[in-house]
Design a protein around this ligand. Structure first.
Ligand SMILES: Cc1cc2nc3c(=O)[nH]c(=O)nc-3n(C[C@H](O)[C@H](O)[C@H](O)COP(=O)(O)O)c2cc1C
Length: 352
């Protein structure tokens, strides 16, 4: 068993967290990972308040182990200045009725006041940890601390790591560009030790980790565990069309790329007709979350319809190394056991 400050602080068995992937990481996946001894994380950011509440109740009914929830807290979503929402309302108003009816997967990002309701629900539910992305507002970190909730934050650069540290976040998740979903430019193998060197806090590694080899490498560069997304897409418990999961299993390194085409922020996912259409006009994409008022319906086109040519399908470079759809609990146990074997036997592979 690999014990680290991460497993000790969270009271979990394996130093592995499943990423709080919007749409993909619902109660099924979260509970399965936590039940297996990892830290399951609910992708709460795109859930409207009632749905978020329902999903949290469902996790609680299925596991008594620690679990986490992810939300996005950029100023653009938390602002109470109504004038900031005018462009969103105008863009939504320009959508066809068919497109408007297909916005379920993304409505939470385009509705004022939703994030403050999400915050209330999460603080009341008291998960073991909250994982925040796109900002670490100090008021929120303090509210969590007062309730004994561990705070974790995704960071994609040294600057973001410093800010999260100063805001009082407990655990940093250093996410390299290899990762699926929104991602920066620094690679995992350079970012993780860089963050480890500047903060006196536990650091998880993210981006490109799909098996025990990746976890062992993360531990070798100073991380105390791994935050894993794409590998968990290819599990029966993940939400999403079978074609998306099969694409991850059959995917190759050169099929995933970074594009602003869906959200307005740099996101790594499968390249397709829609991302190619936007390739030459990246700088014309509206800023996050406004681009969703253009591309929002394509979120469900990916996750629900399984249309690989138009639909959004975030995925990281680890698609190269994922070869099967496997129960999430097995992924956790096998990744941990393989990393332990590798770490113990590493010296034995040296040439005499
Ligand atoms: C399908 C998918 C959806 C994602 N959604 C979110 C999200 O809602 N919030 C977030 O902080 N990160 C999200 N991410 C990024 C993950 O949190 C994580 O950093 C990343 O998946 C790690 O790299 P990996 O995919 O190589 O394991 C998503 C990633 C994927 C693949």
């Amino acid at each position: 068993m690999i014990r680290t400050t991460f497993t000790q602080e969270l009271g979990i068995t394996h130093p592995i967290a499943s990423a709080g992937m919007a749409r993909v990481a619902q109660a099924d996946l979260t509970a399965a990972v936590s039940e297996a001894g990892g830290l399951g994380c609910l992708g709460g950011s795109t859930m409207m308040p009632d749905e978020l509440h329902r999903q949290i109740e469902s996790i609680k009914a299925r596991t008594s182990n620690p679990w986490a929830v992810n939300i996005l807290l950029p100023e653009s979503l938390t602002t109470e200045d109504d004038s900031a929402w005018v462009p969103v309302r105008e863009a939504l108003g320009r959508m066809s009725p068919e497109d408007q009816a297909k916005m379920d997967g993304i409505k939470a990002f385009l509705t004022p006041g939703v994030v403050s309701r999400q915050v209330e629900i999460i603080l009341e539910a008291r998960p073991a940890a909250v994982v925040v992305t796109f900002g670490t507002p100090k008021w929120f970190i303090d509210e969590c601390r007062q309730r004994g909730i561990t705070t974790m934050a995704l960071v994609g650069s040294i600057g973001a790591a410093r800010r999260a540290d100063e805001d009082g976040v407990d655990i940093l998740v250093a996410q390299g560009t290899e990762g699926g979903g929104h991602t920066g430019r620094a690679s995992t193998l350079t970012l993780v030790p860089g963050v480890v060197d500047i903060v006196d806090k536990p650091v998880l590694a993210a981006g490109g980790i799909a098996d025990g080899r990746g976890l062992a490498a993360a531990l070798a560069v100073g991380a105390v565990g791994a935050w894993v997304g794409t590998r968990f897409v290819a599990t029966p418990e993940a939400f999403g069309h079978q074609r998306f999961k099969e694409r991850v299993v059959n995917g190759a390194l050169n099929q995933v790329d970074i594009s602003k085409a869906y959200s307005g922020k740099t996101m790594r996912g499968f390249r397709n007709e829609w991302t190619r259409e936007w390739e030459s006009k990246q700088d014309q994409a509206a800023p996050f979350p406004l681009q969703y008022a253009v591309a929002g319906p394509l979120v469900e086109t990916g996750y629900i319809d399984g249309d690989t040519e138009r639909g959004m399908m975030p995925a990281g470079q680890s698609v190269q190394n994922i070869h099967d759809i496997r129960p999430a609990g097995d992924v956790v146990r096998e990744m941990s056991a393989e990393a332990e074997r590798i770490v113990k036997n590493l010296g034995a592979s040296f040439a005499p």
